[in-house]
Design a protein around this ligand. Structure first.
Ligand SMILES: Cc1cc2nc3c(=O)[nH]c(=O)nc-3n(C[C@H](O)[C@H](O)[C@H](O)COP(=O)(O)OP(=O)(O)OC[C@H]3O[C@@H](n4cnc5c(N)ncnc54)[C@H](O)[C@@H]3O)c2cc1C
Length: 391
């Protein structure tokens, strides 16, 4: 049984108070926004249904430079300089021009949180009316509201049928019809030296399997670009094929299409804006990258350097400027499963030349480059447990 630390019963007092920025979602995207507001003087409230870092949302693999730039190496677990790609017809080893690392989710969230001066509360977000967010602990209003709640995009959505003027949590995006991938992994204890992926129809007709070692555990999973393909059985199969125990499951839907990053006065960041890269399902560094971009615009508002309307336009345009890269990756995502496996193996052998790998992986990193974090104002570092707003 997982241990639930989230507040229960009488501890769930109603929430109130005045806030300048309300950030819904305390994972990669939400924490990156809050970090960017540190020291601005803004009263920032961060909400999540779970405690910060309580529920891991990914295999936690990221370009190492992103950990370094954000001062998060304390959460680092293991670094890889090469990627091993298995197909049914052979294995190719790609020497990467930059390294990729796995990290510990609770520790990374804790370190990010320490770089904010926001207040945190556990609450389940249920919808909104204008700039008022409805939660299971009451309604909260702020002039600036961020949806960093993941693929459900809770704060968008159609008008609430029973509540005039309110919006419910249905965003019109429901699996399996929506452009969502399906990801599931197991976390057995154990060790490994290689970052491995499998492009093999035995595991998934369109997508890939992975094994990401992280010091004392290995994250083995399968992601399907086709939301109708159930990945449970083949996740177990891949775990067994690699000699791992299929234990401690973690899975979710993963968006693979960019969506408007602002809508009806709300800022959407990370998976809620479809910021996950469609070809690889890499969504952590993009959640951090767009979170930083959003936080910078919000900071300019709270410091009186621009009106909220300008922030909405500037952040929306910033996200939309990446559209062609996301579209290109989505087209490649559609193409790869159509390539016959034998040909794919030959293609992989052909592209593993140093020059091509360097060129393609450098371009791939440049979609959300780690240097982007560098221009951030010096984060206000604090120590200790999350601060609560209401007694
Ligand atoms: C199996 C799997 C493995 C993956 N591995 C990787 C990987 O190795 N590298 C990588 O880059 N990407 C990976 N991804 C993708 C990555 O997990 C996401 O793109 C990333 O987590 C997006 O970050 P986010 O902050 O936008 O959303 P999330 O991390 O999903 O966070 C959303 C937050 O909102 C909270 N929340 C949701 N609904 C409510 C509500 N109603 N009320 C209150 N709080 C709520 C949640 O508790 C959560 O804390 C993986 C995904 C899956 C499914």
């Amino acid at each position: 049984m997982p241990i639930r630390r989230t507040l229960r019963g009488s501890a769930r007092t109603p929430l109130d108070g005045e806030h300048d920025v309300l950030i819904c979602g305390a994972s990669f995207a939400g924490l990156a926004v809050a970090r960017e507001l540190a020291g601005s003087g803004a009263r920032v409230l961060v909400l999540d249904r779970y405690e910060i870092g309580e529920r891991q949302t990914s295999a936690c693999g990221i370009p190492t430079a992103w950990l370094r730039e954000l001062g998060l190496m304390g959460a680092h677990r293991q670094t890889f300089g090469r990627l091993v790609v298995h197909t049914p017809h052979g294995t190719s080893v790609l020497d990467l021009p930059w390294t990729f690392s796995t990290f510990d989710y609770p520790e990374l969230c804790r370190l990010l949180w320490e770089q904010t001066d926001a207040v945190f509360e556990t609450a389940k977000v249920e919808g909104r009316s204008g700039n008022t967010v409805h939660t299971d602990r009451g309604d909260l209003t702020a002039p600036l509201v961020v949806d960093a709640l993941g693929w459900r995009r809770m704060l968008a959505g159609r008008k609430h049928p029973a509540r005039p003027g309110a919006r419910d949590s249905v965003s019109g995006y429901q699996p399996p019809d929506a452009p969502l991938s399906r990801g599931l992994e197991v976390h057995p204890w154990g060790a490994g030296d290689e970052l491995e992926i499998w492009i093999d129809r035995r595991y998934v007709p369109a997508g890939y399997g992975w094994s990401f070692p992280a010091s004392d555990e290995v994250r083995v999973g399968v992601g399907s670009f086709d939301p109708r393909f159930h990945v449970k059985d083949t996740t177990v199969l891949l775990a067994e094929d690699t000699g791992r125990d299929p234990v401690r499951y973690q899975g979710n839907w993963i968006p693979h299409k960019l969506r408007a990053a602002t809508d009806d006065g709300i800022f959407f960041v990370g998976d809620s804006a479809g910021h996950c890269l469609p070809l690889t399902a890499e969504g952590i560094r993009t959640a951090l990258y767009f979170g930083i971009a959003c936080g910078r615009e919000l900071r300019a508002v709270v410091e009186g350097r621009q009106p909220a309307a300008a922030a909405l336009v500037r952040y929306g345009d910033f996200s939309a400027a990446h559209e062609w890269k996301f579209r290109w990756m989505l087209e490649t995502q559609h193409l790869v499963p159509r390539v016959p496996p034998r040909l794919l193996n030959l293609a992989l052998k052909g592209i593993r030349t140093r020059r091509f790998v360097d060129w393609s992986f450098k371009h791939y990193l440049a979609i959300a480059p780690p240097e982007f974090a560098r221009a951030s104002p010096q984060p206000a570092v604090r120590r200790g447990a999350p601060v609560r707003a209401a007694a």
